[in-house]
Design a protein around this ligand. Structure first.
Ligand code: SF4
Length: 196
């Protein structure tokens, strides 16, 4: 699809900052499934409740659905990574890169005039950025995130149907099931940036 210039710039920027694939989709095409957000609790993610950017501290699927109505499009990007690293105990840097890429795309979009741009990533920012700290600073009395320039909320907490986003993009998702992904040489992580 031919993009207008600002959106094409944003897509190029995504590729320059670490994404290995990027596409623009209509915000109306984003599927929200409440059942997916419930998986944060059952089976319980070990980071459930530990960050301001994860359930139950985020607004959740219903609110996200409402929010989507205010956006016309979204940039969806992926980062391909060797599955042996993604599914190892040394994957923190991959998730850091994912969050930082999402955050820098959000920043770039805002600077370009898309003032309400909002980015979403994957994985808990508590584990990725604040692993060595006892608590999330944003959940403490200080109410301030230690990493506002890089940490972004996980798509899971809003029920964003990532597999359907891959279908829309025409990409093969390589990490639906751990055992399948391990047989795949490359796997991927992904993020979403809402744009008005
Ligand atoms: S302080 Fe740390 S755990 Fe809390 S929201 Fe920020 S990055 Fe996440």
């Amino acid at each position: 699809m031919t993009q207008n210039r600002p959106l094409q710039h944003l897509m190029d920027f995504a590729l320059q900052t670490g994404a290995t694939g990027v596409t623009m989709i209509s915000s109306k095409a984003i599927c929200i499934d409440e059942a997916l957000s419930r998986r944060c609790l059952e089976p319980r993610c070990e980071n459930y409740g530990l960050s301001k950017r994860c359930p139950p501290h985020v607004s959740g699927p219903a609110s996200f659905k409402k929010k989507l109505g205010k956006y016309s499009q979204a940039l969806f990007f992926k980062i391909d990574v060797p599955s042996e690293i993604l599914f190892s105990s040394h994957n923190r840097e991959i998730f850091q890169l994912l969050h930082e890429t999402a955050a820098s795309l959000e920043k770039e979009a805002i600077q370009m005039g898309f003032g309400n741009a909002e980015a979403y990533a994957g994985g808990s920012c508590k584990e990725i950025f604040c692993q060595k700290h006892m608590e999330c600073l944003a959940l403490s009395d200080k109410r301030t995130c230690r990493n506002p320039e890089s940490a972004r909320p996980s798509m899971s907490g809003f029920g964003i149907h990532v597999a359907k986003l891959f279908e829309l993009a025409g990409w093969t998702m390589s990490w639906t099931h751990l055992h399948e992904a391990i047989e795949t040489k490359m796997a991927n992580v992904c993020g979403l940036v809402l744009i008005c």
